[in-house]
Design a protein around this ligand. Structure first.
Ligand code: B16
Ligand code: MG
Length: 217
C-alpha cells in the first residue's frame, strides 16, 4: 500500500541546529543576552519568530516591532552564510539509503519543516528532486506542535493522515504528528522523545524490515 512518509528537515535530514545556534548566539551577544547550547535545544522545530521571542524573553528584553524585524533579518543573513557552505556530505547517515528504499517501493515522500529555508537547504544537499511534496515555514500559519504542516503534506501527497508516517527530532514535531493521527518516529533520544510511537538514535538503526512493516501495516 502507498503510505506517506513525511520527513522533518533540521535534525532529521541534516544537522542545521549547529548553524542556527551559531547565528542566534551571535545575535544574542549583540543585544547582551546570554544564550547557551541548552537553550538552543528548546528552539528545535520552533519557528524563527517564536525563537526570537523566546531569546528576548530569556534576556528580559523588550524591543520595537521594527527592531524585531531587523534582528530576524540579521540572524537569517548570518544563517544563510552557513547554509551556503553546505553540500551532500552534510546529509545525516543513512538518510539517503532510507529515502531510496522508500522511493523504490513507490511510497509518497514529503518534507514537513518549520524552516523557511527548507527548499534552499534541500537544493544545497542535492535532495530536492526526491520529494514529491514540500511543505515548509512559508506554507503554514500555525507552527508545530500544531499539526498543520503535516496535514498539508498529507494533502499534497493525496494520502490520508492515518496512512502517514512522520520522522521528527523535536518534541513539538512529535506532538504535531500525533495530533495529526500519524505514526510518529522520533529521531534522537528516547528520554526526550517519549511521546513518539518509535524512537531511533538515527537512520542507521532503521532497517528495511521495519520500513516494510510500516508500508504493509
Ligand atoms: P528558519 P525543522 C526548524 O526546522 C528548526 O528546527 C528550528 O530551529 C528553526 O528555528 C525553524 O526551522 C525555522 O527555521 O529560520 O530557517 O525559517 O526542524 O522544522 O525542519
Ligand atoms: Mg527538526
Amino acid at each position: 500500500m502507498k503510505k506517506g512518509f513525511i520527513f522533518d528537515l533540521d535534525g532529521v535530514i541534516v544537522d542545521t541546529a549547529k548553524y542556527h545556534y551559531l547565528a542566534w548566539k551571535k545575535l544574542a551577544q549583540s543585544i547582551d543576552v546570554h544564550f547557551s547550547e541548552a537553550e538552543n535545544e528548546q528552539l528545535k522545530g520552533v519557528s524563527r519568530v517564536k525563537s526570537l521571542e523566546k531569546i528576548l524573553e530569556w534576556g528580559n528584553k523588550t524591543i520595537s516591532e521594527s527592531d524585531f524585524m531587523k534582528l530576524m533579518a540579521l540572524k537569517n543573513d548570518d544563517y544563510l552564510g552557513y547554509i551556503n557552505t553546505m553540500n551532500e556530505s552534510e546529509i545525516l547517515p543513512d538518510v539517503l539509503k532510507v529515502l531510496k528504499f522508500l522511493i523504490e517501493k513507490e511510497q509518497g515522500i514529503a518534507l514537513g519543516s518549520a524552516s523557511k529555508n527548507a527548499r534552499t537547504i534541500l537544493k544545497k544537499v542535492n535532495l530536492f528532486h526526491h520529494f514529491e511534496a514540500i511543505v515548509d515555514g512559508n506554507d503554514v500559519v500555525k507552527g508545530k506542535p500544531n499539526p498543520e504542516v503535516f496535514l498539508s503534506a498529507a494533502k499534497a501527497l493525496n494520502i490520508n493522515p492515518e496512512h502517514c508516517i512522520v520522522f521528527e527530532d523535536s518534541v513539538a514535531g512529535i506532538q504535531a504528528a500525533n495530533t495529526a493521527n500519524m505514526i510518529s518516529i522520533g529521531i534522537g533520544e528516547s528520554s526526550v522523545l517519549q511521546e513518539a510511537d518509535f524512537v531511533f538514535a538515527d537512520f542507521t538503526h532503521i532497517n528495511s524490515q521495519f520500513l516494510n512493516e510500516l508500508i504493509n501495516k
